[in-house]
Design a protein around this ligand. Structure first.
Ligand code: ADP
Ligand code: MG
Length: 462
């Protein structure tokens, strides 16, 4: 036994290959045993020379590409013919593992070991299960359909399309179906993003392995394709997916897609593929209500075994309304803060730590228009005056506030903002923002006003 040991890594590669090949194929050709490793080489034994020649021809490239995917390193596989006495081989293997010395490859092994622990199914996230998915009014129809599908793949609703905005749980729900069907029924589940599906297909054309590509996808029991909006303009991939779809559909195999918008709004998609997507069940995910947001945060705390004061949860739930991913990352930020400083996460700490996330324009579709309306109303001005040319003090101060907020929470440039505020020059906008910044230093109460306005702007959207 030398200093390299990729045995756990080999095991992980096998796990992955198992999901990619048919059961029959896997059982037939992966009757291989790990033997030993050298630098960048894994040596496995096979029962005969015939077998060796076959697997070299059929699977060597595939195995090596999985190695590459798993490790990011070029690792080759070598086959050795060995008549077997199973017991001996496995006890030898155990011994080898026990007497392993700590070497550079240990690090690598640990990575492998973690991967084995972390993944049940090579492509599905273990934590994307129904138990971790909070059901609220916004998603109950989609979630219940998903559960029904997982229990009866191919029968209940086929195909199924889940659509909705970024970070609303499409991938989570889709993978939850995969995880359940995989665990309870042992189905062959393939999860892939539309982007990777496209890449793989292009690669298959390049390497003249389209048959293998077809076999892989057309033998799934459940095919999960995430983010199909990516397929817009990818004509050849659309064509291929159309045929994959038909093969699976005719065989009563379950197909699930996600998309960031209703299919009717996709452009550059072939009509026949569009009609396939629309067949079956289309369900949407909406942004969660305040109560659901609190429940999701509670769930995430439970999952991570942390406890954060109720008022902090409330603060997050109030400020982040349209994206569960952002909700979650706020929590992560606070947990990180706690772990680094060991100081309790108070309301003040949370406010300070999360200021940027609350201001981020990504989580709500704040337009300058909305800001202007809210600020005008707050200061009892007319919207047109706030946008207009008048320069009385009663108007210019609120206008500067609106500019400042717009600068903070949208991605408009000062030039664009100038146009929005009565066709002014960008330097006027910059000047306005500076004025507010100066005043903020002198009178802290202005900060409260601005926070209030930010809140009103957020509420305007929900
Ligand atoms: P999408 O694919 O729609 O962009 P994801 O499925 O990646 O969104 O979800 C983003 C994050 O939010 C994930 O970590 C997911 O676990 C979490 N999430 C979304 N919806 C819920 C929910 N209803 N309950 C619990 N977690 C959720
Ligand atoms: Mg997703």
């Amino acid at each position: 036994m030398g200093k390299w040991d990729y045995s756990i890594f080999w095991q992980e590669a096998l796990n992955q290959l198992k999901t990619e090949l048919t059961e029959q194929e896997f059982a037939m050709w992966f009757n291989m045993e790990y033997e030993n490793s050298q630098e960048s080489t894994v040596i496995v034994s096979v029962p005969s020379a015939f077998y060796r020649d076959q697997v070299i021809q059929r699977y060597q490239n595939l195995i090596e590409s999985v190695f590459y995917e798993l490790s990011g390193q070029k690792i080759t596989v070598e086959f050795e013919v060995k008549a077997r006495n199973k017991d001996l081989v496995s006890s030898e293997l155990k011994e080898n593992q026990e007497s392993r010395k700590t070497t550079k490859s240990e690090l690598f092994l640990k990575k492998g070991a973690e991967a084995v622990k972390r993944t049940e199914h090579a492509q599905l996230r273990k934590d994307y299960v129904f138990d971790n998915f909070v059901i609220g009014e916004n998603n109950s129809f989609a979630a219940n359909a998903a559960i029904a599908i997982a229990k009866n793949p191919g029968l209940a609703y086929n195909p199924c399309l889940i659509y909705g905005g970024v970070g609303l749980g499409k991938t989570h729900l889709m993978q939850a179906i995969g995880n359940l069907a995989w665990k309870e029924r042992g189905n062959k589940i393939i999860y892939i993003t539309a982007e990777n599906f496209t890449n793989e297909f292009v690669n298959a054309i390049r390497t003249q392995t389209t048959q293998k590509f077809k076999n892989k996808y057309r033998t799934a029991d459940v095919l999960l394709i995430d983010d199909i909006h990516f397929l817009q303009k990818k004509n050849e991939t659309q064509e291929e997916l159309f045929h994959t779809f038909n093969a699976l559909y005719d065989a009563n195999k379950q197909i699930i897609f996600t998309c960031d918008r209703p299919v009717s709004e996709l452009k550059n998609l072939s009509e026949r593929l569009r009609s396939r997507f629309e067949r079956g069940l289309n369900v949407d995910l909406l942004p969660p209500s305040y109560e659901t947001r609190c429940a999701i945060l509670a769930k995430k705390m439970e999952q991570r075994g942390v406890n954060i004061p109720k008022e902090v949860i409330d603060l997050i739930a109030k400020n982040i309304s349209s994206n569960v991913r952002d909700l979650e990352s706020s929590l992560t930020k606070l947990i990180a803060y706690f772990e680094l400083t060991k100081k309790p996460v108070t309301l003040e700490v949370a406010q300070q730590q999360l200021r940027d996330s609350f201001g981020s324009p990504r989580q709500n579709n704040v337009t300058v228009d909305i800001i202007q309306k809210v600020v005008a109303e707050y200061f009892s001005l007319s919207y047109s005056d706030l946008r207009g040319k008048k320069r009385t003090k009663a108007i210019s101060f609120p206008r500067q506030i609106a500019m400042y907020i717009a600068r903070e929470i949208t991605e408009y440039s000062t030039t664009e903002l100038g146009i929005e505020f009565g066709g002014r020059d960008h330097s006027t906008v910059m000047h306005g923002c500076q004025k507010i910044e100066e005043r903020l230093k002198a009178e802290p109460s202005l900060e409260t006003t601005i926070q209030k306005l930010n809140q009103l702007i957020k509420d305007y959207n929900s």
